[in-house]
Write a protein that binds this ligand. Sequence first.
Ligand SMILES: [Zn+2]
Length: 517
Amino acid sequence: MSLVLVNGVIYSDRGREEAITIRNGRIVYVGSNEEALEIGGSRARIIDLRGSVVLPGIADAHVHLDELGLSNYILDLRGVKSIGELKERVKQARDEGRIMKGWILGRGWDQELFKERRLPTRDDIDQVCPDIPVLLIRVCGHVAVANTKALEVAGVMGKKVSPTAFEVDSKGIPTGVIFEDGIEVIMRKIPKMDVREKVEVISNALNTLASYGVTAVGFMSCTPDSFEALQILRKQGKLPIRVMVYFTSDMMKYLKRIGLRGGYGDDMLRIMGIKIFVDGSLGGRTAFLRRPYSDSNTRGVLRMSKAEIRSILEEAYSLDLQVAIHAIGDGAIVEALGAIEEAGLDGSHCRIEHASVVDEDIIKMMRKTNVIAVVQPHFIISDWWIVRRLGDDRARWAYAFRSMINAGIRVAFSTDAPVEPVNPWLTIYAAVTRGEMEGIELYKYTVSEKLSLEQALECYTSGSRIALGLREMKLRENALADLTIVDRDPYAVSTFDLKRIRNVATIVNGKVVHIAL
Ligand SMILES: [Zn+2]
């Protein structure tokens, strides 16, 4: 059966058209209403778009489906203004029984916003919740605070701990502030969900993405239980959007053992690669810089040497796995690019995730190695404190998307959801306006890095799809029918209204997976 979309605004290769006919997952016609209906035949499903605007399907190259799907159960702590408020939120969750598998979990706090101007500790949380384990992850995902109960359950209290994983006081006792691997240690103690629960969580995330017009995603740091849930959804025909899977790096040895290689799967669900971490975050001062932070004497944390990165890259390459390399600080990016160069690999098999702090030489090196930059424009607005942290000179090169594009680097867009909101129009808005309306300090340092709407959409459609190993997407005959349909014309609204654009329908592989027309 055909699907015919009429009375729309469609920017095709040939200019503005009004209708599309879709059959067997592909666009078979773009043009006039009459002809689209004619080609669709008498049994076609017809959707009257009533002036809605059809765009090539948006793809989000970097999301965490498991964490996104858990947002119903996890406290959203973004925007919390004090440690007092943080405690109040934990108390409320405890009173309301928002407890998952015996734990109270939260995410999104940022001590930069706290009026106390310090990190929360286990003592703070113990005051409102001494008996149920609590883990509250910072907005960046690389720093967290746990209460004493959680540290006890994890077997950390009274033991000698690594200070790079657990902050300790002068007596060597954990303060409850946890970094990087320490978060993993605690997380492992949270009981696993059963398969049915996991399917629900992943399905919840996918449907949320579809409702915002996202047609394909890269699922970062996927674990075996999430992959199982995805396969169940696929078999039930309940995968609304395309999912390209990037496993945690420890999975590589298992893939190798059973002979599973990158590319296995199909256009709806495919094993694409693995994700590795070279550094942490700017917010937690764990991103690795070449020179110390401007507001502290640390340079951050290099989690992997160049030699280690290189050996993972070589192994992944031999298994056809793409490597998504988390590198935020300029120091980490240089190490990653050096490893790619030394391994003699074509960087198009590698993605640099975030690539937040660069300079002209790093951009040249990125171009030379041919890596894909997978960036999150909404960080510009969320990381409002970045100038203080980097200083004037480096701030000029924070989130330098236009310079990357001008240098010929393939740039893909993403949200890192749930780190940033799923809504692609907030991402596009941030890339085009760079915090001008929000009074973001970085704006004046990086006005020249503003993207045009065309560039932003190109990054979010073709850019992201190429990063995910999918074909480029244009509205023309024979293209895959992945469409994002919105309520108003992004080319006709003011740039400041871009964030008000709403998705009204989403079509993936020729199927309507969301409609609110
Ligand atoms: Zn991420």
